[in-house]
Design a protein around this ligand. Structure first.
Ligand code: AMP
Ligand code: GLY
Length: 416
């Protein structure tokens, strides 16, 4: 059988990891990426499109066998719906199901309907008694969540009542409503579940590092590094997560006329009694979780993603490497604040079988690789132990030259 052609949508570290996995897949002969980055350009054909209408047109013109959606934005705007109109399978859910990420309130409602463990919450709008709601969750930090896609900037966790109140008022003014959530203590883990109408398969659980500085200090970021498997995700936690969260969610999402086809990212908070609670759902691979999860999949990635796009997951066997993976993000100066783009990146090390550089915010300018975003690269390695993976990833990142760049030196510290 001739290999399949695929269009990967997106241009970050996650999409470079997807393209690298697809490039290793015997089932895949041709990879396109839109818009891609300097890394995907080495293994795929990049196309300079980000608008859904252009992406649909591109998929049709290229006559690809299927599309893999990286980010949530195009999915919320109906990428999968419109591809379905043209009989092009899409790895990534239709817009009505992508609302799980697009609206935190919608996610809460689905969780309530299906008895999924999550934090108690209030919905606040004009006229709500904000002080009474804040009183209700007094004694812990307050967790305020905007009900819109906010690119990782929609959540404030604060011990300052004043700051919480301010963010509530601003969010109501801009969005009409906002969620105030009970604070859940515990350890976080990211669970990626590939699912379709026929079944689901859980990928190794990972742990992200969201704050900008070592020791989980500083501002929230999209993620400064990650590793897998996460030891906090013990067999006990895994069983509880599958029974209490994954199975009921799959039942709810697979029983639709159009089932959920893609990956469900479950952000978990695991409490001191090993009970998992859902902090958030995303309708896509995590970034940088994708960079360390894909390399742990031993089976053909193209077949896996295509099976989920076509409701054939139940007939699919998935094998994993018995290894550890770790990635460290190299961020631009001042990230997660505004950054200067177009800075020269030098000394990017050559990949080996066990360590390589994922491109994220990079592009080629006059035959040189320059920065084009906040998270510029991530250095990834696999090893027989987490120590080994960490040491290789840090060896790589130390070689790279980018003026003003910074990275965390404690990725994986909780498990090491
Ligand atoms: P979210 O975008 O919903 O994942 O929230 C961003 C981050 O805020 C999470 O990764 C957690 O670290 C934190 N967070 C969100 N909700 C809660 C909660 N109810 N309790 C404690 N921390 C939370
Ligand atoms: N790394 C967190 C996310 O992708 O949402």
């Amino acid at each position: 059988m001739a290999g399949m052609s695929v269009l990967v949508v997106g241009g970050g570290g996650r999409e470079h990891a997807l393209c690298l996995g697809l490039a290793r897949s015997e089932s895949i002969s041709d990879i396109h990426c839109a818009p891609g980055n300097a890394g995907t350009a080495e293994i795929a054909t990049n196309h300079p499109f980000t608008e859904v209408a252009d992406l649909i047109h591109l998929a049709f013109q290229l006559d690809v066998d299927f599309v893999v959606a990286g980010p949530e934005g195009p999915l919320c705007e109906g990428l999968a719906d419109q591809l379905a109109n043209m009989d092009i399978p899409c790895f990534g859910p239709v817009a009505a199901l992508a609302r799980l990420e697009g609206s935190k309130l919608h996610a809460k409602q689905i969780m309530a309907e299906n008895n999924i463990p999550t934090a108690a919450f209030h919905v606040l709008s004009n006229g709500s008694d904000i002080n009474a709601a804040l009183d209700d969750f007094e004694g812990n930090p307050w967790v305020v969540k905007r009900d819109v896609l906010a690119g990782g900037k929609g959540v404030v966790v604060t011990e300052s009542r004043e700051e919480a109140k301010q963010f509530i008022l601003e969010s109501i003014a801009s969005d009409g409503q906002v969620l105030l959530e009970n604070f859940l203590p515990g350890e976080e883990a990211s669970m990626l579940v590939v699912m379709d109408g026929s079944g689901f398969v859980c990928l190794p659980a990972s742990q992200d590092h969201k704050r900008e500085f070592e020791g989980d200090k500083g501002r929230n970021t999209g993620g400064m590094g990650a590793y897998a498997p996460a030891p906090v995700y013990t067999d006990d936690v895994r069983q509880k997560t599958i029974e209490r969260i994954v199975k009921p969610m799959h039942k709810a999402l697979a029983s639709r006329r159009v089932p959920y086809r893609g990956v469900l990212y479950i952000g978990l908070m695991i409490d001191e009694n090993n009970n998992p609670n859902v902090v958030e759902f995303n309708v896509r691979f995590g970034d940088p979780e994708c960079q360390i999860t894909i390399p742990l999949i031993a089976s053909d990635l193209g077949e896996l993603l295509n099976a989920a796009a076509c409701d054939k997951l139940s007939t699919h066997d998935l094998m994993f490497h018995d290894k550890h993976a770790l990635t460290v993000v190299l961020a631009a100066e001042n990230y997660p604040g505004s950054v200067e783009k177009g800075r020269l990146i030098e000394n990017i090390p050559e990949p080996s079988f066990e360590s390589w550089v994922n491109h994220a915010g990079t592009k080629i300018d006059n035959s040189k690789i320059v920065s084009s975003g906040g998270r510029v690269l991530s250095c990834t390695a696999i090893g027989d132990s987490l120590e080994e993976a960490a040491s290789k990833a840090y060896d790589l990142i130390a070689q790279i030259k980018l003026v003003g760049s910074h990275y965390r030196r404690d990725i994986g510290h909780k498990a090491l």
